[in-house]
Write a protein that binds this ligand. Structure first.
Ligand code: ATP
Length: 274
């Protein structure tokens, strides 16, 4: 039987408000999340022993043992499997690579063994519950509250990563305030135009501390802001990947060509968000 293939899309935080910190240290988040049509691929097969093979253009440096979230996801599900992870997304990049891979493994195991994964996937990480939904959603609490949103899709987007890894705990550690205002209510039924106006008024509270840790992120945002057709540029997650939004996919592709020729060493991917 051929292995089950599951797509693990890049997760983009279009907003990320840090609204508090619990006594146990977990941060309270308020985030609007969408998923790209680019990502990793996960292949899952029933097996007597656990195994993980990491392949693909971004495999370098990604652990292929129990440290990998794919492996942790199989243990959490309670089954052994032969997993192949084809890595296309940069790691430690603020686009949820590991969390999306873990969600894909759980979905692959559901297909292989015909048994649903536990409903509460938060123990695998704050981003895993939203990755199980896999399309536009409002994420809140410590990641356990996920409200799917109906948006006009797809939203044309350009993702750019300057090739520096950012440590999420370090960025949270540099955050000046943990009690920032939450997001305004989502503009229900307004389409992409209303969503863009709304997005421009929201924030990523991790952007300033990430810029302090990796100043090249400021350069990425300047380059994206300077693209004539970019409607909004911001950092995703704890960085360093930044995104720009456009009215059309042709504009996103033209932006990609301009950024890639000026910065051939940056990871530059036009995509569609849903
Ligand atoms: P964020 O959660 O802020 O969006 P991220 O999810 O992009 O960040 P990951 O790509 O998950 O960050 O990588 C964080 C670290 O986790 C890496 O440095 C790597 O060592 C480890 N890791 C574990 N599993 C994976 C995986 N499947 N893919 C990539 N990295 C992984």
């Amino acid at each position: 039987m051929p292995p089950n293939e599951v797509f693990a899309p890049a997760k983009i935080n279009l907003t990320l408000h840090v609204t508090g910190q619990r006594e146990d240290g977990y941060h309270l988040l308020d985030s609007y999340v969408m998923f790209a049509d680019i990502g990793d691929r996960v292949f899952v097969e029933a097996a007597d022993e656990m195994s993980l093979t990491v392949t693909g253009p971004r495999a370098a440096g990604v652990p292929d043992d129990a440290r990998n979230l794919c492996w942790k996801a199989a243990e959490f599900y309670g089954a052994r499997a032969a997993i192949t992870l084809e890595k296309h997304l940069p790691a430690a990049a603020g686009i949820g690579g590991g969390s999306s891979d873990a969600a894909a493994v759980l979905q692959g195991l559901e297909q292989v063994y015909g048994r649903p994964a536990p409903l509460d996937t938060l123990p695998l990480g704050a981003d895993v519950p939203v990755c199980m939904v896999g399309h536009a959603a409002h994420m809140a609490g410590i990641g356990e509250r996920v409200l799917p949103l109906f948006t006009e899709v797809p939203m044309p987007c350009l993702l750019v990563n300057p090739g520096v890894e950012v440590s999420t705990p370090e960025v949270f550690g540099r955050l000046a305030r943990k009690d920032n205002p939450p997001m305004e209510p989502w503009p229900e039924g307004g389409g992409n135009a209303a969503a863009l106006d709304w997005l421009a008024r929201q924030r990523n509270d991790l952007q300033a501390p990430a810029l302090a840790a990796q100043p090249v992120i400021a350069e990425v945002l300047e380059v994206l802001d300077a693209l004539p057709s970019a409607r909004l540029a911001r950092m995703s997650g704890s960085g360093a990947t930044c995104f720009a939004l456009f009215d059309t996919f042709d504009e996103a592709e033209a932006g990609a060509r301009a950024v890639a020729s000026a910065h051939p060493d940056w990871w530059v991917e036009p995509c569609r968000l849903r």
